[in-house]
Design a protein around this ligand. Sequence first.
Ligand code: AMP
Ligand code: ZN
Length: 454
Amino acid sequence: MLKFFNSLTRAKEDFTPHGDVVKMYSCGPTVYSYPHIGNMRAYLFMDNIRRTLKYNDYKIDGVMNITDVGHLTSDADEGEDKMLVASEREHKSPWEIAKFYTDIFMKDVKSLNVDLPEHIVPATSVIEDIIAFVQGLLDKGYAYQTSKGIYFDISKFAGYGQLGMDVNAKKAGARIEVDGEKRHPADFALWIKAPKEHIMQWSSPWGMGYPGWHIECSCIGKKYLGDYIDIHTGGVDHKTIHHENEIAQSDCLEGHKVVHFWMHLEFLQIDGGKMSKSLHNVFTLEDLQNNGFSPEDFRYFYFMAHYSKQQNFTYDSLMSAKNSLKNFKLAVQEHKKGENKLPQETINRYQEEFLEAINDDLNMPVALAVCQKLLKEPKSQDVYRLIMKFNEVLGLDFEEKEEQIPAEIKALAEQRWQAKQNKNYQEADRLRTEIEAKGYTIKDRKDGYDIIKN
Ligand code: AMP
Ligand code: ZN
């Protein structure tokens, strides 16, 4: 039975979708700067859920938004729109900023082989729907208008704070309340009235303005998935403001619970602390690549910790992921040519163990341990086939195509093979070292050799 931890009930629960297709929503990136590897952990988490659902034969209808308007520098409606800040910083229009960073984000997630949602939707493409959503909340009495915009009235929603936000603490602990027109400090903006000089603005029944950040997710979820969403994902930082607000908006408009499983990913840490742009300690995938690590190394690194635990990033731990992945791939190549047979009951047992691990709230460290144990079996194509099946979840690339090996390396490998055949072991060893220095490993078989890219 597939089980996920549900932040709403704070319990691991059996998962069964409402209909034939799993409706899944993932909070997407705010495209105002380079995505870092912490953000990438969030999308590997989404990928992990999607592939596990597919492994369990579920079909998925998935959506992810792209925040290209409305996310203020503080998640709680204070500061400036992040897109405008970037626009001033880089002397580009917000539209150019959005395109530039969306393209980089897409390149990064593709290089990680992330199984992408069926719909990827920029907030600016649904402004009309957002206006209708806000109007619906006003009509039902859940929202009110001030001189600054339209606000959600949290006192009208008894369920506010389901994910753990302490609303009263927020009230008591709020710094000087900047907006005296709000009925409660935690009331949040659905629509913000824009001053004339504001670059991003649209006409609405309440004058020119732009949407708040939280409304885009409720609105895109409703438009693409309807009023029953099986799973909603995001990082823990979004739990107690953004997701509380999404619940308030969606449940009040529909008159019932909309999202049934809330799944939250813990943060990627650095040196035991937060990875954050303001602390200048973020790494991008490109930084990793410049240090000799592939996106796939980082993908493997993701599997080494459970998503609900903070994972500490260091280059040493990434190096250990890289080495494990390399050995994993070498072993898989050996099994591909293996001649032993694995008994059917052993095959079944491995299948069960792997399924049990992934279905236990995505326990990837255990799933990897199952693979490691399997790879230690006598060399067998049965093992190879099993790993290929498990790889539907792992999403690693085992197709080391011969053509990808440069001609120079192939020639050196052939010279080495000949030297070895001629019992010139010193020369063979020298050539092996030369090949290794160029980033390739030679693995001998009985009747030949394989060249593997490190
Ligand atoms: P943002 O672009 O800031 O809206 O973030 C995109 C996604 O990345 C959200 O789901 C965040 O919760 C997640 N996120 C941001 N920083 C980290 C981090 N250090 N580790 C894991 N996830 C993160
Ligand atoms: Zn969201």
